[in-house]
Design a protein around this ligand. Structure first.
Ligand code: SPD
Length: 357
């Protein structure tokens, strides 16, 4: 895994340098006054044309800054500095931000398009009544694999990843809870486990997986899998969808032992400078036609029932990416495990990554 990690580290450093330049340019634009909002979103997670259209329609300029994990987003938001107007945390991060008083209550009268969200995705336990958050995209964590590259084997379980014949064939998404979750689920434990002994077992189980791990990567995982640089990838379902669009020899499976069901959401942080425009932007993104186009661009699953009606049956009828409630019932949603436990998950993940080097 070392050589690939070094090459990727160089690429990541270059991207970071570019991001710093872009960020400082963006930030100065963001503070330059005028009708501007700063959107803090995951990378590759919005159709940029929609930002231009929103500007043409409303005169509100959206400055985009990106993150690649909830943990990175939480760290940046809690250190202040940039006044993000809209952010896109996953459910457990929403819960943590609510707990820490980091979010403004939403004014539902300014988000009439909320009516287009499928009720299945509203009023969830992490934010009853959607006081602070509205759904953006949702999905699962699973395995993309190339049947030809794994000798025709069928992969259905997390435990299949430890097969010695898969040496140097696995790419992992660079995210603490997802990677520790692979080991927890493979051991029969919950994704919300806080037992220190179980977590230590999970770390050891991951260390045993290292010979099979080619690299731990960010959004570039899609290119690497589609280009058949590795036979297997542990990914979020929307990335799996994009990869399968590029290379139809691949398949996506949500492992039998269980997995994560997640929901990403729009929120308005308390530090927002342009709360009115932030509501306007969220409402725009929930318009069915806009949400459908965004879904086609991003590849993730929309919770917008109006958008689903506009999308091809080939997309919304694929149960790998739009699993019905009876299939999601066996999956687990991450809980907010509290500051200390989240820090412990991060520490274990870091130890695993250091072990691989
Ligand atoms: N490239 C965009 C990735 C967004 C994935 N969000 C999933 C979060 C799961 N906790």
């Amino acid at each position: 895994m070392k050589r690939v990690v070094q090459a990727l580290a160089a690429a990541v450093l270059a991207a970071l340098a570019l991001m710093l330049v872009t960020t400082s340019l963006n930030s100065s634009q963001g503070y330059a006054g005028g009708n501007t909002i700063i959107l803090y979103n995951w990378g590759d997670y919005i159709d940029p044309d929609l930002l231009d259209e929103f500007y043409e329609e409303t005169g509100i300029k959206v400055v985009l800054q990106t993150f690649d994990s909830n943990e990175a987003m939480l760290t940046k938001l809690s250190h202040g500095g940039t006044h993000f107007d809209v952010a896109v945390p996953s459910e457990y991060a929403v819960a943590k931000m609510m707990e820490q008083g980091m979010l403004l209550p939403l004014d539902h009268s300014k988000i009439p398009n909320l009516e287009h969200i499928d009720p299945r995705f509203l009023d969830m336990p992490f934010d009853a009544g959607n006081v602070y958050s509205v759904p953006y995209f949702w999905g699962t964590v699973g395995i993309v694999y190339n049947p030809e590259m794994v000798g025709g084997k069928t992969i259905t379980r997390w435990n299949d990843l430890w097969d010695p014949e898969l040496r140097n064939e696995i790419l992992l998404v660079d995210s603490a809870r997802e990677v520790i979750g692979i080991a927890l689920n493979s051991l029969g434990y919950s994704l919300n486990d806080t037992d220190l002994d179980h977590l230590e077992q999970a770390k050891q189980r991951l260390i045993d997986l290292i010979p099979n791990v080619k690299a731990i990567v960010g959004d570039e995982i899609k290119l690497l899998l589609a280009g058949e640089e590795a036979a297997i990838g542990v990914v979020w379902s929307g990335d799996a969808y994009s990869v399968l669009q590029e290379n139809d020899r691949l398949d996506y499976v949500v492992p039998e032992e269980g997995s994560n069901l997640w929901f990403d959401n729009f929120v308005i942080p308390v530090t927002a400078k342009n709360v009115e425009a932030a509501h306007e932007f969220i409402n725009f993104m929930l318009d069915p036609e806009v949400a459908a186009r965004n879904t086609e661009y991003v590849g993730y699953s929309t919770p917008n029932a109006g958008a689903m009606e506009l999308l091809d049956e080939e997309i919304v009828g694929d149960v790998r990416f739009y699993p019905p409630p009876e299939l999601t019932a066996r999956l687990e949603v991450y809980e907010n495990l509290g500051k200390q436990m989240l820090a412990h998950y991060n520490k274990l993940f870091l130890e695993f990554k250091m072990h691989g080097n």
